[in-house]
Design a protein around this ligand. Structure first.
Ligand SMILES: [Zn+2]
Length: 136
């Protein structure tokens, strides 16, 4: 894996590839974001001070039948412009979701020609996720 492949194949742009782990049959890519690219998610200012990180994991596109996830410690920053303390924006996923935008798009593509049960089984996801997709 490389930063370039993360971008072109997995839709993860603006982050650095850190490492790959293999756990329970799943491939986990850890990425990080350079401090100079941190911005306030409220006003967009770059005048921010680090206030820790929040570990998150996002389901990502499978490689064949093997599930992958992206592990990312989301930077938390204090903004010197607007005073808020927040997590920075994540470009590759809706912050309220536990999967990437590319994963979501892939699931929607599969649902055009497969049943919800098939998609859930192939992607190894719970019913809640596939039901949410079906409703869209
Ligand atoms: Zn701000």
């Amino acid at each position: 894996m490389s930063t370039s492949l993360l971008y072109h194949a997995f839709g993860i742009r603006g982050y650095k590839y850190a490492r790959t782990q293999y756990e329970n049959g799943q491939v986990i890519f850890t990425i990080r974001q350079e401090p100079e690219t941190h911005r306030c998610s409220c006003c967009g200012s770059n005048r921010v001070i680090s206030r820790g990180r929040v570990d998150r994991c996002f389901r990502s596109l499978p490689i064949g039948s093997r599930a992958t996830s992206v592990a990312f410690a989301v930077p938390r920053v204090e903004c010197q412009a607007c005073g808020l303390v927040r997590q920075v924006d994540i470009s590759f996923a809706d912050p309220r979701r536990s999967y990437t935008k590319f994963f979501e798009r892939y699931a929607l593509e599969l649902l055009r020609s497969m049943t919800i049960e098939d998609v859930a089984r192939h992607l190894n996801v719970g019913w809640d996720l596939s039901r949410a997709k079906a409703g869209w």
